[in-house]
Every structure is written in structure tokens, then in C-alpha cells.
Design a protein. Structure first.
Length: 470
């Protein structure tokens, strides 16, 4: 009897395997139990190009009292809803990422070496206090800016609501275990002090000499050496551990959310200290993006489905750029604004755009099927059920295509790309995508690629498969 294989089952079962299963610029979406496809694959949203803000790259962005502020190159810009930028400060040194936070009046920026305060009335000024030290991160709790002190086990804070004034006695040491402090993060009205070997939880006790105290037993035995990998989303803190495992820190419990294939990939990174994360919510999908510069890859964890996929970018000539090109994300003006790592360009996430700031988006799916007893399988027909009739009125995408090739040895070798199949010109809503006589093998794999700038939704996949005797 024919065996039916759903796309959601064979395409995302161990995503991203990066050896025999892969989702690139595709993501999963849970459906009601009665839906035809229980977890279809949908193309990731594109990015509408807005305007260039400075020369770039974008090193950090923040929503400060409802206005976007971004560090582009060495400059601080405010950004309007239409993407138009206004230069408000210069002289932010370095080329690395920055950390930003605000207290309602002041915007604080640090880069691991120096710090700056911006106010609408006073502009951008350097922090010159002798009691201010190099810090990778800044957070805000109960009126205080709070910083890690680079290369030490100490963290320190500003005066109340004054990011320019510091007292040399307003510091504490993370002494629960040996190790340097790498970052500070505020969540749930608690201050989480991330160290290279552990995490400490502190709270504002309001004491006279130093307001914060460590919770008794508030030690979490997971370290972090990647300060820019720490991100807040869905009421929790996500971070890359020093052990190359990606975690969700829910209250004081560190829950592993990475998979063995992802951890195998991360183990190949020769440097994880510069790994950085971004996050935003898109149509109910709470997405956490992790870019690993030494691997030139970006992986995305979708909290709503618990699945991973990969993001990448290409240039106008379809040349692979490796990692996803965006380096900052900030929600404002009822949208999500992305800053480019290769230029000063800013864009806005748009579900009806199928390009990235004018460049193509390549969607790719690898899928695998093999018999439970490792018997040879014979496939006479493969069919994709897609959202058809998505063709554009004119130009590229007026007759959008899906390209397919197959492997019979688990992805070690591949056939040439077979005849393309149309997803349907405008109005062809009943278009069927079928490939006949798919051959035989013990590890059958298929690769599907979409490059046309159209909506991409794969509802299910069906295969007529028979198992051989051995």
C-alpha cells in the first residue's frame, strides 16, 4: 500500500540536521488538529528596504521612549517610522557590538571599553567618572544602570537615575564560584549576574551601603562567555552557555533548547565569545536568532513550535553571504526594524515582501525518508501540496517555480536538478506539483528550492512508497 509522508514530519524532525535535514529561510507553523497539514512549512518573512542610516554596520538598536535609536558605525542616530534617520551623536568608538539600556530620561551605551549617555536635551556625552569601568553590557533595575566590569568578578552601578555619576564603593563581587562576570541582565525584577562559570541572582533589598543582595542559594551552575548572546523573550532569558549549549533560563532553571545537531555544529566554532542574539515576535512566532560569526551561520529558535531553522542571505547576484545579514532588531511604530551588518541600510519585516532589502531570498528544504527496518524503498510518485496560484502579475515570479533534486544515499551525492514545477500562475489555485519515477534507495532524500519572490507555503508532502524485501 502507498505510504503517505507529511512534509512537517520528514522535513523538520531534527531541524536543522545540516547533514540530512535542513530548513533554510523556511519555518514551521502549528495548525489545529483538524487541519490537513499539522505543521506546514512557511517561508520566512522578507524585509522591506527603508532608508540608509549612516554608513553602518548597525551595532545596536534600542526603543527609547517610543523612538528607535541605533548605533551605525561610530554614530548614534534616531530613526523615524519611515526609516529616515537623524544624526544625534558621534564618537562611539570600536567596531564591535554595543549594549544599550535606558532609565526613561537617559540612554546608556557601552562597548566593552567606554560608555556614553544620550539625552534629548543634552545630546551624546562620554561617561568620564573615575568609578566607571569598561563594561560589555548595561541593564536597568529600580533606577540604577548596572554593568559588568570587564576582566573581573565585579559588577557595579550608577547613582539613582544618573548614568553620569558613580561611587567607587557601589560595586559587588560574584563570589559564588570562581570566574569573571561577563554580563548583567534584569528580568522579573531580579538582577542576573552572568559569569564564565555560573549565574548569580541578586535582588534590590534597599540596604543603605549597597542596595542589592544575593539570594540565598541563588547560584545557577551554567556559565556564559558570550555576553551578546543573552537575550530576553517570552518572559525568560535565552543564552549560549560556555558548554556550547543554548539555554532558556526560566526563573532559576536553565532548560536546554538546542538539539544535538546544533550542538555538534556549535562545537566546531573556534570562538563563541562574539556570538550574538536578536529577537522579535512575528505573527505569533516568538523568534530568537543566534549568529555565530566564526561559522558564518545564523540559527533561529521558534519558541511557539519548539523548532529550529536556519537563516541566511544572498546578494543581488545570488552569491551566498553565509549568515543572515541583519545585526540588530527593534520593535517600534507597530513594526520590527532590522539594521544591516554590511551597510547602513534599515528595513522593516513585512509578511508580503519576499526579498531582503531588495535582494533575493532563497528558500531551501532538505527532507529524508527511510524504512524503519532499513529495507530498500521504491518511490513511484512524490507530490507537494502547496498554496498554489501565488504568481505575480508580471516579471520574475509570474510563473513561480520549485526546483527539486534527489539523493538515494542520504545526501552524499545528488541528481541533477529535475524539471521545475510551477506553484501556479495568478489564480491557478488547484495547481498540483508532482514528480514521477523517483527511483529507489535506502536513504531517499529530496531537496526543494524556491528563489522567486512569491509566497511560499508547503502544506504537506505525499509519496507513493513500497518497501523491498531487503
Amino acid at each position: 500500500m502507498p505510504e503517505i509522508v507529511l512534509a512537517s514530519e520528514f522535513a523538520v524532525s531534527r531541524t536543522p540536521q545540516l547533514v540530512n535535514t535542513r530548513l533554510l529561510n523556511f519555518m514551521t507553523e502549528r495548525q489545529p488538529e483538524e487541519a490537513e497539514g499539522k505543521m506546514p512549512l512557511i517561508g520566512c518573512p522578507g524585509t522591506l528596504s527603508l532608508k540608509s542610516v549612516g554608513l553602518g554596520p548597525h551595532r545596536g538598536s534600542w526603543n527609547f521612549n517610543g523612538v528607535i535609536y541605533t548605533v551605525s558605525g561610530s554614530e548614534l542616530w534616531s530613526v523615524a517610522k519611515n526609516g529616515a534617520g537623524t544624526l544625534v551623536g558621534i564618537g562611539i568608538s570600536g567596531t564591535n557590538r554595543v549594549s544599550m539600556s535606558d532609565n526613561g530620561v537617559q540612554l546608556c551605551i557601552v562597548n566593552g571599553v567606554a560608555g556614553w549617555i544620550y539625552t534629548v536635551a543634552g545630546g551624546l556625552v562620554s561617561i568620564t567618572s573615575a568609578a566607571f569601568y569598561p563594561a560589555n553590557t548595561v541593564s536597568f533595575t529600580d533606577g540604577y544602570f548596572i554593568f559588568d566590569r570587564v576582566g573581573t568578578n565585579q559588577w557595579f552601578l550608577s547613582d539613582l537615575y544618573d548614568g553620569l555619576t558613580y561611587n567607587g564603593l557601589d560595586f559587588a563581587s560574584a563570589e559564588g564560584q570562581p570566574g569573571f562576570v561577563t554580563a548583567t541582565v534584569q528580568n522579573l525584577q531580579l538582577e542576573f549576574i552572568f559569569c564564565s562559570s555560573h549565574i548569580e541572582i541578586w535582588y534590590d533589598a534597599g540596604t543603605a551601603n549597597f542596595p542589592f543582595q544575593r539570594y540565598s542559594g541563588g547560584i545557577i551552575n551554567y556559565g556564559c562567555i558570550s555576553p551578546y548572546s543573552i537575550i530576553k523573550q517570552d518572559g525568560a532569558i535565552f543564552f549560549l552557555g560556555a558548554d556550547h549549549v543554548f539555554y532558556r533560563l526560566q526563573a532559576n532553571a536553565a532548560l536546554r533548547v538546542s538539539t544535538h545537531p546544533i550542538e555538534t555544529l556549535l562545537a566546531k566554532a573556534d570562538n563563541i565569545t562574539n556570538v550574538f542574539c536578536m529577537t522579535f515576535t512575528w505573527e505569533g512566532h516568538k523568534l530568537v536568532f543566534m549568529t555565530v560569526p566564526s561559522l558564518n551561520k545564523t540559527l533561529c529558535y521558534d519558541i511557539s513550535t519548539g523548532k529550529w531553522h536556519e537563516r541566511n542571505s544572498v546578494d543581488a547576484d545570488y552569491i551566498d553571504l553565509g549568515a543572515w545579514r541583519f545585526s540588530t532588531a527593534v520593535a517600534a511604530y507597530d513594526g520590527v526594524y532590522l539594521g544591516d551588518s554590511l551597510s547602513g541600510e534599515m528595513g522593516i519585516v513585512d509578511s508580503d515582501i519576499f526579498t531582503e532589502i531588495g535582494n533575493p531570498m532563497i528558500g531551501l528544504i532538505w527532507s529524508m525518508n527511510q524504512h524503519a527496518d532499513r529495507r530498500r524503498i521504491f518511490c513511484s510518485r512524490l507530490e507537494l501540496q502547496v498554496q498554489a496560484g501565488v504568481g505575480l502579475t508580471t516579471g520574475q515570479g509570474s510563473d513561480p517555480q520549485i526546483m527539486m533534486r534527489r539523493s538515494i544515499d542520504g545526501g552524499m551525492t545528488w541528481s541533477k536538478t529535475q524539471l521545475w514545477r510551477s506553484m501556479g500562475m495568478e489564480g491557478e489555485y488547484l495547481k498540483r506539483l508532482r514528480w514521477m519515477a523517483q527511483g529507489q534507495g535506502r536513504q531517499m532524500m529530496w531537496e526543494f528550492v524556491v528563489t522567486d519572490p512569491v509566497r511560499r507555503t508547503i502544506i504537506a508532502a505525499y509519496a507513493d512508497i513500497k518497501a523491498g524485501m531487503g
